[in-house]
Design a protein around this ligand. Structure first.
Ligand code: B1M
Length: 213
C-alpha cells in the first residue's frame, strides 16, 4: 500500500517521476484521489512553503517541488474531474498581474471543469484589461482571480474597477482566492465571493450561476 506521507516526502524533494509513479499506484490501489491530493501533494507543498518562509529552502527547491506537484496533479486530474452532463456556464480564470504562482489557480480551474464549467484559463500574470476583454469575448458568467502575493492582491481590485468603469460590473460574478486573500479583503474590493479552497470555489461558482439564471 502506497503511503501518502511518502508521496509528500518525495514531493518535498522534487522527485517528480517518483511522485507520478506513486500517485498512479495509490489510485490503482483504490485510494481516494482527494486524499492523495490533500494528504500527499498539498501537505508536501505546505511543508515546502514553511521551509521557504524560514529560509531553509530557496526558489530552486520550491520550483522542483512545484514541478513534482504538477506531475502528481496531472495523474489525479481525470479522477478529480467528474464533468456533469449540462454545461453550467463559462468561467474565465487567471493569476493576476505580477504573480506567477499557478498551482492553486490550476486546481480551481480543474474543480470548475469538474463542476461542469467551460473554463478559459488565461494563465499567470494577467492584467485587468485581458481578463475583462476575454470575459466579454467569450460571454463568461464568472471571472475568477487568484493571487499568492500580498503585492499582487491590489490587481484584483484593478479588474473590478475596470468592470465598473465600463459599466459591466453586474454582468459578471467575480470570485477571488489565494493564500493571502480573505473575506475582509474580498468585501473591501467588492468581489462577489471569496472561497478558501478550490473545491469550495467550484461549488460556490455553480450555485451563484444557477441563482443568477
Ligand atoms: Co512563492 N511565495 N514566490 N513561489 N510560493 C509564496 C506565496 C510565499 C507565501 C512563500 C513564503 O514566504 N512563505 C511568499 C509570498 C509572501 C507574501 O506575499 N506575503 C512567496 C514569495 C515571496 C515568492 C517570490 C517573491 C520569491 C522570490 O522570488 N524571492 C516569487 C514571486 C514570483 C512571482 O509570482 N512574481 C515566488 C516564486 C515562487 C516559485 C516560482 C518558486 C513557486 C511557484 C511555482 C508555480 O506556481 N508554478 C512558488 C511557490 C510554489 C510558493 C509556495 C511555497 C507554494 C504555493 C502553492 O503552490 N501552494 C508559497 C507558500 C505558501 O503558499 N504556503 C509561496 C499550493 C497551492 C495549492 O495553494 O495557491 O494557496 P494556493 O491555492 C489554494 C487556495 O489558496 C485556493 O485553492 C487552493 C487550494 O485548494 N485558491 C483559490 C487559490 N486561488 C484561488 C482562487 C479562488 C478560490 C480559491 O477563486 C477564484
Amino acid at each position: 500500500m502506497v503511503s501518502l506521507t511518502e508521496i509528500s516526502e518525495l514531493l518535498q524533494k522534487g522527485k517528480a517521476k517518483l511522485v507520478k509513479e506513486l500517485v498512479t499506484q495509490a489510485l490503482e490501489e483504490g485510494t481516494d484521489p482527494r486524499d492523495i491530493l490533500n494528504e500527499g501533494l498539498l501537505s508536501g507543498m505546505m511543508i515546502v512553503g514553511e521551509k521557504f518562509k524560514k529560509n531553509e529552502v530557496f526558489v530552486p527547491e520550491v520550483l522542483v517541488a512545484a514541478r513534482a506537484m504538477n506531475a502528481g496533479i496531472t495523474i489525479l486530474e481525470p479522477k478529480l474531474v467528474e464533468v456533469g452532463n449540462e454545461p453550467v456556464g463559462k468561467a474565465v480564470i487567471a493569476t493576476v498581474k505580477g504573480d506567477l504562482h499557478d498551482i492553486g489557480k490550476n486546481l480551481v480551474a480543474m474543480m470548475l471543469k469538474g463542476a461542469g464549467f467551460e473554463v478559459i484559463d488565461l494563465g499567470v500574470d494577467a492584467d485587468a484589461e485581458s481578463l475583462v476583454n476575454k470575459a466579454e469575448e467569450v460571454g463568461a458568467d464568472v471571472i475568477c482571480m487568484s493571487a499568492l502575493l500580498t503585492t499582487t492582491m491590489p490587481n484584483m481590485k484593478a479588474c473590478i474597477d475596470l468592470l465598473k468603469e465600463r459599466g459591466l460590473r453586474d454582468k459578471y460574478i467575480v470570485m477571488v482566492g489565494g493564500a493571502p486573500v480573505n473575506q475582509a479583503f474580498a468585501d473591501q474590493i467588492g468581489a462577489d465571493f471569496y472561497t478558501p479552497d478550490a473545491a469550495t470555489a467550484a461549488t460556490t461558482a455553480r450555485d451563484a450561476v444557477q441563482a443568477k439564471k
